[in-house]
Design a protein around this ligand. Sequence first.
Ligand SMILES: [Zn+2]
Ligand SMILES: [Zn+2]
Ligand SMILES: [Zn+2]
Length: 382
Amino acid sequence: MGLPTYEDEKAVELIDARVIELLKKMLEGEVGRLDPYFDPNAKYGYSYPDANVVLKRLHGEEVEVLELLHKLGYLVGTFHDKVYLCPFCQSHHLHLRLSCPECNSTDIRQASMLHHFSCGHVDLEERFLQRGRLICPKCSQVLRHIGVDYERPSRVWHCNQCGYIFQHPVESFHCHRCGRQSSKEQVVEKRIMSFTVSPEAAVAIEDGKLYDFKYYQVVSDGLTQLVNMSYFREQGLKEVARSVRYGNQVTFVLIRIVNFPELVSAYGQTEAERLFRDFAQITNNTLRSCDLVARYDDVSLIIQLPETGPDSAIFAINRISYNLTRSDIWLEFTDPRPVIKVSMVSIPEDAKDYDELLKLLEERIETSGLVVGMTEQSGAGR
Ligand SMILES: [Zn+2]
Ligand SMILES: [Zn+2]
Ligand SMILES: [Zn+2]
């Protein structure tokens, strides 16, 4: 069993007594298969009323609980439907937008074309229409018989704004929640499932695994090398106590992507999360094995550097800075670039206990945090 991760902590918040009650009711047959029902107000456009009788979540958020249980193997999922979500705000309120490839206007309509055989003129059918008759606008002959005088080659699109005639309109999606536009390639796919209970759920409840969820390893993805904040705090308290007592130095570093919300709105949630994962991994890979990195919040990491004073900590920060500025983060996310700030606090010089040092880290990153990649100078908010 590994250390609990940030995802575990989120999972801990989701798993409560009601979740266990739901699994029990499913195992006893009191609640049957959980089918999704279309619900425009729910998070992904579907809610699970049968689950929600027990779970009592708002706005279709029970789907998160059910997906977690599915991931853990306590529910078995079968495909029901697929929805597409806005890559910027995850809303399912997407509206298909067909527009002119020339001027991007949505003021377009389907029209039919006409080809006059004798003079070769091809134009919109409406341009041939005069008082109920078809008259060629080029040679003024009357067109009488389809297949003899003329043919209709194809349906096309016509832009009322710029007059452009085209075969395929540009397809994009307009989000009714955040107002942004995305392409077919950008929208996020989401599978909506029906769920039944698995035998593993019975075992997990019997073993008390679900009750003691906190120490149960759930997710192993890009962030697994990071520990969670409660473990970090435990270790931090020990280090600080040791340092105050015996005088060995320890330095704590806070490193934050300060413009993360801007990155989300520029690149979308999925890309921004990938960036954070890379950021976490690069930082973690740069450090020594005795150093400890945790995910501090949605936009920051916190690092513990044991046996490290302020001067050596700056070397570590510069190494992180060096690796980040040479990574894909800097190559791919160019407009805007991620803005990463760092602050540091050394024990015993700067603070006497763990809570004080956290406060100081926050203060320093606000007031004088060093911007990574902008300068190789030392300082880091000291
Ligand atoms: Zn003609
Ligand atoms: Zn146009
Ligand atoms: Zn949106």
